[in-house]
Design a protein around this ligand. Structure first.
Ligand SMILES: Nc1ncnc2c1ncn2[C@@H]1O[C@H](COP(=O)(O)OP(=O)(O)OP(=O)(O)O)[C@@H](O)[C@H]1O
Length: 276
């Protein structure tokens, strides 16, 4: 659904390029996690993907169209939830009436269900909701658009712990096979058990692009009493022992995304080479 080829970008001519020769392909029916530290370029890349910024080299295509052309037929199938958003002082009903019409597949019943799942109060004005409640309303609206491409920038920022769980549940439960969701986050744990593809950005390039299934068939994540061992690719001390990554020898294991993220960004060359 998304194809990025040889993408380069810098905000100013004087600046070093933020991205240089990035390539990426993402298919429908997937939830991809775009992971990276603060300032790695996640938001910038999302904006390049949806045509809010223009590449300085290379190209982005979504469903065969160039997003930078802002064609209405494409825009009705893309929803971008930015990290920082403005929400007007009108009721939920008025907001939906004013905005749902832009999305031909908008699902009113789903919206009602999500508002109830998130336990959002029906207030007169959306501005009277807390930050987390506003975010949950916009997540509900985003999912209800049924756009084929949903781009969510740090969607779990500001959500309390129960809401993060509900977010994972409603997202996994409301998607269709023809949709692609891209979630950017530096809070890696928030997307555990949700994403099926990992994209890790560092220093302007992808240091990993892999399906979780492939990672779990390559690497084993376990707890051990010692960090030593000839097979250990990476370890971190945790209360009561160590979390370790070793080569996979017995099928699949659950991927510990935070450990994987740390292992790739601070880990040994052996670890990095293993996941190339
Ligand atoms: N409008 C802009 N003009 C110039 N530089 C910018 C602009 N926006 C972002 N940058 C720079 O581009 C780099 C990437 O920023 P970006 O917001 O894409 O990172 P991020 O990974 O989303 O960070 P975070 O996790 O903190 O949200 C940073 O060094 C930032 O300072």
């Amino acid at each position: 659904m998304i194809s990025i080829k040889n993408l380069g970008f810098s905000y100013t001519k004087k600046q070093q390029p933020l991205f240089h020769q990035l390539d990426c392909e993402l298919q429908a029916g997937s939830i991809a996690g775009l992971l990276g530290k603060n300032g790695a370029g996640k938001t910038t890349l999302l904006k390049l993907m949806i045509g809010l910024l223009f590449p300085t080299e290379g190209q982005v295509s979504i469903m065969g169209h160039q997003p930078a052309k802002r064609e209405p037929s494409l825009l009705q199938d893309i929803y971008f939830l930015p990290e920082e958003f403005y929400i007007p002082g009108i009721s939920m009903a008025k907001y939906v009436k004013a905005n749902a019409g832009f999305y031909p597949r908008f699902d009113q019943d789903l919206l009602k269900r999500l508002i109830s799942d998130f336990e959002l109060p029906e207030t007169k004005s959306l501005q009277k909701l807390s930050y987390g409640q506003k975010k949950k309303f916009l997540i509900s609206f985003a999912l209800s658009t049924k756009c084929r491409l949903l781009v969510l920038d740090e969607p779990t920022n500001g959500l309390d712990i129960p809401s993060k769980g509900i977010f994972r549940k409603v997202l996994a439960g409301s998607l269709d096979e023809d949709q692609l969701v891209i979630i950017s986050t530096h809070q890696v744990r928030d997307v555990e058990n949700l994403i099926d593809r990992v994209l890790m950005l560092e220093n302007g390039r992808f240091i990993m692009q892999k399906d979780l299934f492939d990672i779990s068939s390559q690497l084993n994540f376990s707890t051990a009493s010692s960090a030593e061992g000839e097979n250990v690719l990476y370890s971190e001390m945790v209360p009561g022992g160590y979390r370790v990554i070793t080569p996979q020898t017995n099928g699949n294991s659950n991927v510990d995304i935070e450990l994987l993220f740390n292992a790739i960004s601070h880990g040994t060359e052996k670890m990095k080479a293993y996941v190339q």
